[in-house]
Design a protein around this ligand. Structure first.
Ligand SMILES: NC(=O)c1ccc[n+]([C@@H]2O[C@H](COP(=O)([O-])OP(=O)(O)OC[C@H]3O[C@@H](n4cnc5c(N)ncnc54)[C@H](OP(=O)(O)O)[C@@H]3O)[C@@H](O)[C@H]2O)c1
Length: 337
């Protein structure tokens, strides 16, 4: 079996470290690992397959000989270095929002639009975490009943904002001073209806991502999306209350059976026995958990559901590694030597 030289950019961050776990667990054919981070991590090592591998400080030369570069070091790092890595011969899978809406860059969730990987120019974008879990849950329903409108409210975990935010939550819970807060308000015992910056239309960038990325991944510009995104004091796992309006009528039993067989979905829908998705149970799992299925009596062809997934796994690291696996399957990775 061929083995690949794999770079992980942001290898000391929450997503990057999870990528190393996922590459190991899935036995991804890594011949050589190149962990990369900022100058702050000079001298550190990354733990991979029982070895401690020195972290390299990012530079233009660090991508020489790399076949696949998994980026999770923020938008500005991706904007600068993803084209450099691609020019050096690597295929980049980028977790930041830098390239997602570029018409020449595929935005991919393997359970939904793997065919988009057949046409790439060296950079592939991994979608936003809240969008990934939503489209995995909705794709089979869209194929069968055609979604007209999605109203979604999110309950997003603190790990979605990186290691600084996890530190803020831990410090606030233990009563310690927060040296360098990630949020403009306390997050412990609080909810912040504020994820990323706000635009003139009153929506946040996270809400815009849910609108535009959903349409791009599902390949349907007619889907209307009305999002409200909220940060909650949960460590891992985003939850979403989703209301759907379909073009076509549906039966709840058929919806259950579609979801039970949908790739990447685990149905947990037995509320009378207290069975429904929860972030504590979804943490460190790769699936998208769906439950609380109910007809919406206030509209024709309306459905309510509750969707939970680990943002660091399916929302980031797992989806990225799955993209790399599909690239290998489709012969869409070229060895640099
Ligand atoms: N957290 C999530 O659920 C999630 C989900 C989807 C996508 N993402 C995206 O993934 C990216 C990373 O998120 P995270 O949660 O892992 O953040 P994080 O825990 O704060 O880690 C950031 C990583 O990026 C590295 N980095 C920062 N500035 C850099 C620079 N100038 N050059 C090289 N490396 C640099 C850091 O290295 P040092 O340790 O050396 O500073 C660290 O490894 C972001 O773009 C985020 O939007 C996150």
């Amino acid at each position: 079996m061929k083995k690949w030289t794999v770079a992980v950019v942001g290898a000391t961050g929450l997503v990057g470290r999870k990528m190393l776990d996922v590459l190991t667990e899935r036995n991804f054919p890594v011949g050589r690992l190149v962990p990369i981070a900022s100058a702050n991590s000079a001298g550190q090592t990354a733990h991979f397959h029982g070895e401690e591998i020195p972290v390299q400080v990012i530079s233009e030369d660090v991508f020489n000989g790399v076949d696949i570069a998994l980026f999770s070091a923020g938008g500005s790092v991706s904007k600068t270095y993803a084209p450099i890595a691609a020019r050096a011969g690597a295929v980049v899978v980028d977790n930041s929002s830098a390239w997602r809406m570029d018409p020449d860059v595929p935005l991919v969730v393997p359970e939904v639009n793997p065919a988009a990987l057949e046409n790439h120019n060296g950079i592939i974008a991994n979608p936003n975490c809240s969008t990934i879990q939503m489209v995995v849950a909705l794709q089979s329903l869209h194929e069968k009943y055609r979604i007209r409108r999605i109203v979604v409210s999110t309950y997003q975990s603190v790990s979605g904002s990186g290691k600084k935010a996890m530190q803020q939550l831990a410090d606030e819970i233990s009563g310690d001073t927060v040296a360098d807060p990630a949020y403009p308000h306390p997050i412990a015992y609080n909810c912040l209806p504020h994820i990323d910056v706000f635009f003139e239309d009153g929506y946040s960038r996270e809400e815009h991502k849910m609108i535009f990325e959903t349409r791009k991944i599902m390949g349907d510009d007619n889907i209307q999306v009305s999002p409200t995104t909220v940060r909650v004091p949960v460590s891992a796992g985003h939850s979403e209350a989703i209301n759907l309006e379909f073009e076509n009528p549906f039966e709840l039993d058929e919806v259950r059976s579609l979801l039970a067989n949908a790739p990447g979905v685990v149905l947990q829908d037995d509320p009378h026995n207290n069975i429904y998705p929860m972030p504590l149970e979804a943490a460190d799992k790769d699936a998208v958990f769906v439950g609380r299925l109910r007809r919406d009596p206030s509209i024709t062809n309306g459905l309510n559901l509750w969707v939970v997934s680990d943002n660091l796994r399916k929302g980031a690291a797992t989806n990225t590694v799955q993209i790399a696996e599909v690239l290998i399957e489709k012969n869409a990775l070229v060895l640099t030597d």
